[in-house]
Design a protein around this ligand. Structure first.
Ligand SMILES: [Zn+2]
Length: 258
């Protein structure tokens, strides 16, 4: 048990380290698989010692070994979030099914890592990469085929409903606030979640997005017109609903007296 947790922790950190490369290179159209990692400031190629998740960041005291430029907080942050969510998924699956469903574990690892990339790329560059949407949609298709083909039609339908709602919002607001990337993401969200989790995620994303915008406007950091990427809220809502959506749905129904 302890060994399994340790292996999952290492796996989460290592893949998290790779996600940082993807997050940095994907929006710039750079090759992900070729070329060693290098320092952003001095372009010095990084050695093994510079690439140990979290530890390098701490040992090197948040600075590049060659030029002393600061290393971004993104690196240890993405690594630890990825590792913690992997551990959380493992605990969640064991708790729910009393045994480890390896298909579900791998699928959820893929979803988590893909969504982390979308979160940070949209936050930093304001785009949601098509390649991640396509990859996660494909993974979900394979997973549904392997586990329960009966739900395929429903999940596809909810993908269409979600993207339809988002498309009308984008057209209705003439592209202010949301873009086509969000419409594509909405399809993925509906396809992953199905019913009722899609609706829960939709509600959570707008609730948190609106709350955050109001706080920023009140603190005068943003004006009504400035653009806040919606992807990070969608990602957080998707992950929350993926694990707690059915429970939250019951709470909502209770609240509105259904
Ligand atoms: Zn450097």
């Amino acid at each position: 048990m302890t060994l399994t947790l340790f292996i999952i922790l290492l796996l989460g950190l290592t893949i998290g380290s790779f996600l940082n490369v993807v997050i940095d290179r994907l929006p710039r159209g750079e090759q992900i698989w070729s070329g060693r990692s290098h320092c952003d400031s001095c372009k010095h190629q990084l050695g093994l010692f510079d690439l140990i998740p979290i530890l390098s960041f701490l040992i090197l005291n948040k600075k590049c070994r060659y030029c002393r430029a600061k290393i971004s907080w993104q690196n240890p942050l993405v690594e630890s979030i990825n590792a913690l969510l992997y551990l959380g998924v493992y605990a969640f699956l064991i708790h729910r099914y009393q045994y480890l469903n390896i298909n579900s574990l791998i699928y959820l690892f893929v979803i988590i890592s893909g969504l982390i990339v979308i979160f940070f790329v949209d936050l930093k560059d304001g785009i949601i990469p098509d390649s991640i949407i396509v990859g996660l949609t494909g993974s979900t298709l394979v997973y549904i085929f392997l586990t329960d083909r009966n739900i395929l039609r429903d999940h596809f339908l909810w993908g269409l409903i979600m993207s339809g709602i988002f498309l009308s919002l984008v057209l209705g607001t003439r592209g202010k606030g949301m873009g086509l990337g969000d419409v594509k993401y909405a399809f993925l969200m509906g396809f992953i979640l199905g019913f009722p989790e899609s609706l829960v995620a939709f509600y959570l994303a707008f609730l948190t997005g609106a709350a955050f915008s109001i706080i920023l406007i009140l603190r005068r950091k943003k004006t009504m017109k400035s653009k806040i990427p919606f992807g990070p809220f969608l990602v957080m809502a998707t992950l929350t609903s993926l694990f707690f959506g059915s429970n939250l749905w019951l709470v909502f129904k209770e609240l509105i007296g259904l």
